[in-house]
Ligand binder design. Structure first.
Ligand SMILES: Nc1ncnc2c1ncn2[C@@H]1O[C@H](COP(=O)(O)OP(=O)(O)OP(=O)(O)O)[C@@H](O)[C@H]1O
Ligand SMILES: [Mg+2]
Length: 338
């Protein structure tokens, strides 16, 4: 099912929280919603699910407005961070809950429960009480319960936060697997950029009630529309130069650039800079980070931060205080007007 949001404005207690949101998802798309705490991610999901009143605009599923539909008729399901399971009820009863509401015959409910338990790798756990499960298992029950509602749109509001890294990765793979099999149009709210870059067809980055950029992972990472978007996705270097006749020129970098003539900062990610043994730039610091290392350089144009494999650095024998050269690897690059 496709999802369209048109000029959506939402106010809570008289304060506008979402300002004129426009957003479109294809049928079966997987989109991650990113942004700082308080920027309106949960508010957007709740508006889609009908849990909040909207001030202006429209929300459509497959071209049909759902704005006047009550939450239970929208075909949307939210899995919240706190999961909202019934702790004293069994796993089966929790999963059956949305099917009870839909008055699905008991036999069909049982078949669905067993199938879902297998899909979320909890076969045999049906009779356990929720309070007898681990955090990761509870999250899988919450996912199974959401799927039991057979949603048209699945809304996941940071369901894996609070898990350790290994379990997060497992839950991420499970969600992706279920998404591949069922092709449900899904929005995942997350704080984890890497998770978003890995899992999503597209990413929407929000700030203070607006969507700053909505694009495919490679596009938002390599071609951010603004410095704020660039900085959200990782460390940045800005190399000052000028564009003339479609070419960016600076002492450190030259490249074709489609922008208008003028002064620009070219965005160069730290891993796009390759170090060479001898050169004009002093190494002012080295930070070991495990497989990668960060190397700070001083140039006439200001400090530069570079990232490389720590083994590579050791092989070249680069140390603090040495002078090194650089080569900026081929783009894609973005330029921002100064
Ligand atoms: N019921 C409410 N009444 C008034 N203001 C609210 C209400 N719920 C949320 N807000 C405000 O709306 C803004 C957006 O909140 P929201 O919960 O959507 O943020 P979020 O992006 O989901 O943040 P987080 O990452 O912390 O979950 C915040 O400033 C918050 O204080
Ligand atoms: Mg939230």
């Amino acid at each position: 099912m496709s999802l369209t949001i048109e000029h959506l404005k939402v106010a809570l207690q008289g304060k506008e929280i979402l300002h004129d949101i426009d957003f479109y998802m294809e049928d079966g798309e997987f989109v991650s919603l990113l942004g700082a705490s308080g920027c309106g991610k949960t508010t957007l999901l709740k508006s889609i699910a009908g849990l909040l009143d909207t001030r202006e605009g429209d929300i459509l599923i497959d071209g049909q407005s759902i704005l006047r539909e009550p939450p239970e008729k929208r075909g949307t399901v939210i899995v919240f961070q706190d999961l909202r399971l019934f702790p004293h009820m069994t796993v089966e009863k929790n999963i059956a809950f949305p099917m009870e509401l839909q008055k699905i015959p008991k036999k069909e409910q049982q078949e669905t429960i067993q199938r879902l338990l297998a899909e979320v790798q909890l076969a045999g756990y049906g009779k356990r009480k929720i309070k007898e499960l681990s955090g990761g298992q509870m999250q899988r029950v919450a996912l199974a319960r959401a799927l039991a509602a057979d949603p048209r749109i699945l809304l996941l509001d940071e369901p894996f936060s609070g898990l350790d890294e290994k379990l997060r990765l497992e839950m991420g793979s499970l969600v992706k697997k279920l998404h591949r099999e069922r092709h449900i149009t899904t929005i995942l709210v997350t704080h984890d950029k890497r998770e978003a870059l890995q899992m999503s067809d597209r990413i929407a980055l929000m700030r203070e009630g607006d969507i700053l950029q909505y694009a495919e992972p490679r596009e938002i990472f390599y071609r951010p529309v603004s410095r704020s978007v660039a900085e959200y996705f990782g460390k940045t270097n800005y190399i000052r130069g000028t564009i003339k006749n479609g070419r960016f020129v600076s002492p450190l970098l030259e490249m074709d650039a489609p922008d208008l003539d003028g002064n620009y900062d070219a965005l160069v990610r730290p891993f796009q800079i390759r170090l060479k043994k001898d050169g004009a730039f002093e190494v002012t610091d080295i930070v070991f980070m495990g497989e990668m290392a960060e190397v700070m350089l001083e140039t006439l144009q200001g400090p530069l931060i570079c990232q490389c494999m720590s083994t590579e650095l050791a092989d070249m024998g680069i140390k603090k205080g040495m002078k090194v050269g650089i080569q900026i690897k081929e783009g894609p690059f973005s330029c921002f007007a100064c």
